[in-house]
Write a protein of this length. Structure first.
Length: 586
């Protein structure tokens, strides 16, 4: 009986680390995220001698390395193992023997794609502190060969009978199979001839005939004579898409079961291409949408009663399981300001500044011109290619508008979905929260959603009724027959209640008095950190003897521990950070 080695897929990347400590830490956090272990729990790092490796300590050891090796190792028969720890350790020990050095590595097993696999991170130095270089041929072929040897040793060679059983199981599969690849290879100009030849294996020929008859039933092939068929030109892509859809449905089933929900498959929605309508719901799971972890997905328990799988691209926004979000299609935002800057710069030697703008258009206000500077600052941070000169003016490329348009389309392709965090608080806690909640926004019509009477929609309807009754008990709303009237200042009163409660807690922690920031007052101090409130983030600004809380904006994170000052204007602040220019953030 003929046998063959076990198959193992290996993908490898060499990542430059210099100056990218935060990116490496973010990658580590992503590998350890919730829902990727076999039991749906967070993944655990392991290494040569421990099942509880310290990821932070590993990053500190490797933080100064020039590069890091990242491998994804997926044994075809990985599902036969309760854990891949032993297999991975054997593979790394063999690599150490091959390379002649001890390797500093950590690994984590993932079960979130339907195919068990291990992510392995290897420091870029040898045991004697020299730069670790691994030959390209060994990365491309040697590691896979060693992994196959280990898997074959552990499970035994794959026999001809096992292979036939696996191929028989592929006959009715609604995905791209090994039989399909053989069929596609044999089909010349789309025509497949499976008439028996003297050199053909009769049993294997029967498997191919059975599979192509299945393709015929799936309308991916049509009969063209005795044991001859014409294949549909896009049959391969259709089968690949069907297989991916099946994997996604199994993933959704797993997520729903892990969350102990009762949801029907016929109400599953898969959004892999452009999303056309907003989706509101609770995050059930976040994971990798591809084996390389370049793209992410969310599984959402929607208020519309459906369960949604959404490819969100390379989006790194925090979307923890249980949080309530709104997802909308991202749009390329080529702004009128981009065209104005391009036109003014073209008329003034590819230069732009406030003064140039006001000379070019005397009717423009200084605030209007300043808004264009803010846009240029954002484009510079995004790496679009505008340059700020020492005198405060800007150098603008002749094709500036085209560059901005190309950047925006690239950004949308990478992150096709815009995620808005509606609440990090559970529905149960929102019903009695002494703070403005997403339920309040729904009740007052400020965030009205299409809420179904089944699935998560039913849970939301029940929570809205309970919240409404609580607001009436708190005298923040009144019932007039069938109609409920909400106080006009309800949201501001709730906001003030939570702000007062959180400020009191922080005052005890910091040993400082709380000073409320009022509209049109100046705010000065050191920005310390964001503070999570039920209705959003606030920034903690610390002074010598007191502190205040003001609306947080992402730009502040780059200036933690630095002096900031600004003027409160309702829910907007005009900031001056360090010695930089004023920046209006609404």
């Amino acid at each position: 009986m003929r046998v063959r080695p076990r198959r193992v897929t290996v993908k490898a990347r060499v990542v430059k680390l210099a100056g990218k400590g935060k990116a490496a830490a973010a990658h580590m956090r992503y590998l350890e995220r919730d829902g990727v272990a076999r039991d749906g729990q967070p993944a655990r790092l392991y290494s040569t001698f421990t099942d509880e490796a310290d990821g932070k300590a590993y990053l500190e050891r490797c933080g100064e390395d020039r590069h890091q090796f990242r491998f994804i190792v997926a044994p075809e028969d990985g599902a036969a193992f309760e854990s891949l720890h032993g297999f991975t350790r054997d593979l790394m020990a063999q690599m150490e023997r091959d390379l002649g050095t001890t390797l500093d590595w950590v690994a984590v097993d993932h079960h979130d794609t339907g195919h068990p696999h291990s992510h392995i991170l290897v420091c870029g130095v040898t045991e004697d502190g020299k730069t670790l270089n691994i030959a390209g041929d060994y990365i491309a072929h040697g590691i896979r060969h060693r992994a196959s040897e280990i898997m074959t040793r552990d499970l035994g060679p794959q026999t001809e009978r096992e292979l036939r059983q696996q191929l028989e199981a592929e006959i009715d599969a609604e995905r791209l199979t090994r039989l399909d690849r053989a069929i596609l290879q044999r089909a010349g100009a789309g025509r497949l001839d499976l008439r028996l030849t003297p050199s053909a294996d009769p049993e294997y020929q029967q498997l191919l005939v059975a599979r192509v008859r299945k393709l015929d039933a799936m309308e991916l092939a049509t009969k063209d004579g005795p044991l001859c068929w014409m294949l549909k030109p896009d049959a391969e892509q259709i089968l690949a898409d069907m297989g991916r859809r099946g994997d996604i449905i199994r993933l959704m089933d797993q997520a729903i079961t892990g969350a102990m929900l009762d949801r029907r498959r016929e109400l599953f929605e898969i959004h892999e291409s452009e999303q056309t309508a907003p989706i509101v719901g609770k995050v059930i799971r976040r994971g990798a949408a591809d084996d390389n972890h370049h793209r992410r997905y969310l599984i959402i328990d929607g208020v519309d009663g459906r369960t949604h799988y959404i490819d969100i691209g390379a989006n790194e926004d925090a979307t923890h399981a249980g949080s309530i979000v709104r997802l909308q299609p991202a749009r390329a935002e080529v702004k009128p300001a981009d065209r104005v800057v391009a036109e003014i710069a073209a008329a003034h030697g590819d230069r732009y500044s406030n003064d140039i703008h006001l000379r070019h258009d005397p009717s423009a206000s200084e605030a209007f011109a300043e808004a264009h500077i803010h846009r240029l600052e954002a484009l510079r941070r995004a790496g679009v290619g505008v340059e700020r000169e020492a005198d405060g003016s800007w150098t603008i490329a002749p094709d500036h508008f085209d560059r901005v348009a190309a950047h925006e389309h690239t950004r949308v392709a990478a992150q096709p979905v815009r995620i808005e965090m509606l609440s990090t608080v559970s529905l149960e806690k929102q019903t009695v929260a002494q703070a403005p909640t997403w339920l309040d926004a729904e009740l007052t019509g400020n965030s009205a959603s299409d809420i179904a009477d089944h699935g998560f929609g039913r849970e939301v309807r029940q929570a809205l009724y309970q919240r409404q009754q609580w607001l009436i008990e708190q005298r923040l709303a009144d019932r007039d027959g069938e109609e409920v009237m909400f106080r006009s200042d309800m949201l501001s009163l709730l906001r003030q209640r939570e702000l007062t409660r959180v400020a009191a807690r922080l005052s005890r922690e910091l040993g400082l008095d709380y000073a409320e920031a009022r509209s049109r007052e100046k705010v000065e101090g050191i920005y310390r950190r964001p503070v999570e409130l039920a209705y959003g983030r606030y920034a903690l600004i610390e002074k010598s003897r007191e502190f205040t809380l003001v609306p947080w904006r992402p730009v502040l994170e780059r200036h933690a521990g630095r002096a900031v000052s600004g003027i409160m204007r309702g829910d907007a602040i005009s900031w001056t950070i360090g010695r930089g220019r004023g920046q209006s953030i609404s």
